[in-house]
Design a protein around this ligand. Structure first.
Ligand SMILES: Cc1cc2nc3c(=O)[nH]c(=O)nc-3n(C[C@H](O)[C@H](O)[C@H](O)COP(=O)(O)O)c2cc1C
Length: 175
């Protein structure tokens, strides 16, 4: 088989959609990410892969903590737009949404959220344009029943796109 990258093959990977949130001193910030998953069971650990230019990346590097909000299927596009297409350097993402502060100090967004997870950074891996943040889970809370928002639903039903800093950015052209 001739070596070539078929973007349609990569487009077949499945993901959920999440908010990854953290802080830098008093500045709270967060972003949408599809590149999030659990990696071990005992102890429980997770990984989030974030672009080097993002403010959330800067926050996690500095504070060593982050939270994950698992978004519900009905999450409005305006909410995804605020967290996924705007940078916290130009916009206060926590000005209008409801949240708590978790035991690590990370903000926990509870709007449009089925469950929240808090983690302490244990390792970071530099991977080309992105950093993979591995965290040990220190707390988690199931908030409500519902269907989690998948990347497929975001694309196929909500007709959403992926911005430049998403790892899947180049797959926009496949659809
Ligand atoms: C559907 C969707 C998926 C995304 N997935 C990721 C991701 O996995 N990793 C990433 O770094 N950025 C991802 N992004 C882009 C960030 O959310 C976006 O660059 C954000 O503006 C960064 O905000 P910040 O600079 O305030 O941290 C995604 C955005 C959307 C809308």
């Amino acid at each position: 088989m001739e070596a070539s990258i078929d973007k349609k093959a990569l487009y077949s990977l499945s993901y959920g959609l999440y908010l990854v949130c953290s802080r830098k001193s008093d500045k709270l910030n967060g972003q949408v990410a599809n590149a999030v998953m659990q990696v071990t069971a005992d102890p429980v650990s997770i990984v989030a892969c974030l672009h080097k230019e993002n403010l959330t990346t800067e926050c996690i590097k500095e504070s060593g903590i982050f939270s994950i909000s698992i978004l519900e299927e009905d999450t409005p596009m305006t909410f995804i737009g605020n967290f996924g297409f705007k940078c916290g350097r130009d916009f206060d993402k926590f000005g209008k949404c409801s949240y708590d502060i978790g035991m690590t100090g990370a903000p926990l967004v509870k709007e449009h959220t089925l469950a929240v997870i808090e983690a302490r950074l244990i390792k970071q891996v530099d991977i080309f344009t992105h950093i993979m943040f591995f965290g040990e889970v220190v707390a988690s809370c199931h908030l409500k029943e519902g269907r989690p928002l998948t990347y497929a639903h975001y694309h196929e039903v909500k007709k959403g796109k992926s911005p430049r800093n998403a790892p899947t950015f180049t797959l926009n052209e496949v659809r």
